[in-house]
Design a protein around this ligand. Structure first.
Ligand code: HEC
Ligand code: HEC
Length: 290
């Protein structure tokens, strides 16, 4: 009897330790600060475009602002992109830089709660803090708009706290992503995997909605929309110039134009990048062909 209660006791300790670990706040220095220099805010404006924030957060009622409200329909419910203008009551006006990093890189809200992964915080997880803080500085320079966005509509079994377990599983299945010697390819990898989060749509997911990185960019289906593969096999006949041109105007080498959600990505994100960044994405995606 005694040894059994000892076993039970240690299991309980392990369980508690596990829960503490799952729910603990990630370590982000309280000393983080948003930069104030105009050049930093300007870089932030560019990074906000490259990060595709506008596609989801543009205002439903006021499309020129980032006041949110667009509904993202997924297999796991309907999620609404919140207001990320500096309005204090309905936006992120009183957020600290630390809270901003916790949200964007770790999916944790200022109250310690968990965001749903409809918000691509896992892709943003490897962004340089400096880049993120410049994005934050830019957002804070915008006109505050008062607009309360709806709460997500999820099935009864899906609660914010359950995302703690999802995050841990997603961490476990994370493949080691390679580094590249070529500077342009590395920049392209950062834009594709992190800032531009191309894999959020183009990488297939398992039954839990966790991206299957062993099939990175292998294409998938989103509702009734087919999302083509953009891995090496699929891009065999694309040159890097073909790819850059596609990111600028949506024209494919076979003469077809992009449709569906990709149009939005091209309009609000890739067409507004510098030529160098489009070439970096092209170099990354077509690197095997060289
Ligand atoms: C694919 C759509 C999508 C993209 C792209 C996206 N977001 Fe979001 N974002 C969301 C959703 C959905 C939520 C809310 C998730 C929830 O309710 O748990 C969110 C939440 C947030 C929050 C928390 C706001 C709050 O009030 O709690 C911030 C801050 C944020 N996003 C900033 C950004 C920034 C900055 C970018 C670009 C670098 C970005 N998002 C890109 C969909 C997106
Ligand atoms: C919001 C979802 C979404 C995101 C994010 C996204 N794509 Fe796409 N992409 C699509 C869809 C949908 C299609 C299919 C469009 C069509 O039917 O013409 C597509 C098609 C493409 C194609 C054409 C493939 C072919 O063989 O016809 C390329 C290339 C491409 N995307 C590159 C990218 C890159 C690079 C990024 C990141 C900067 C990206 N996509 C991000 C949804 C997305």
């Amino acid at each position: 009897m005694k040894s059994r209660s000892l076993v039970n006791g240690s299991l309980l300790v392990v369980l508690i330790a596990l829960l503490v670990w799952l729910f603990s706040m990630p370590d982000v220095p309280a000393s983080a600060e948003f930069p104030r220099a105009p050049e930093a805010i300007e870089r932030g404006a560019y990074l906000t475009v490259a990060g595709g924030c506008i596609s989801c957060h543009r205002g439903e009622t006021d499309p020129d602002s980032l006041s949110g409200g667009l509904a993202l329909e997924t297999d796991f419910g309907v999620f609404y992109a919140p207001n990320i203008t500096p309005n204090k009551a309905t936006g992120i006006g009183d957020w600290t830089a630390r809270q901003f990093i916790l949200a964007l890189k770790h999916g944790r809200s200022p109250s310690g709660s968990f965001y749903y992964p409809a918000f691509p915080y896992r892709a943003y997880g490897n962004l340089a803090d400096q880049d993120l803080l410049e994005i934050g500085a830019y957002l804070r320079s915008l006109e505050p708009v008062s607009h309360q966005t709806p709460n997500p509509e999820t099935p009864f079994w899906l609660k914010r706290w359950s995302v703690a377990f999802w995050n841990a599983l997603a961490d476990l299945s994370q493949a080691n992503q390679s580094d590249y010697d070529d500077e342009l390819v590395s920049r392209g990898a950062y834009l594709a995997r992190n800032l531009g989060h191309c894999g959020e749509c183009h990488t297939p997911r398992n039954g839990l909605g966790i991206p299957d990185l062993s099939r990175e960019f292998a294409g998938t289906e989103l509702g009734d929309e087919i999302i083509e593969p953009i891995n090496a096999a699929a891009l065999e006949s694309w040159s890097s110039d073909n790819f850059s041109l596609f990111l600028l105007i949506g024209l494919k080498p076979d003469g077809e134009f992009a449709g569906g959600d990709m149009n939005d990505v091209i309009e609000h994100n890739t067409s507004k990048l510098t030529n160098q960044d489009r070439d970096a994405l092209a170099a990354f995606f077509t690197r095997q062909q060289k």
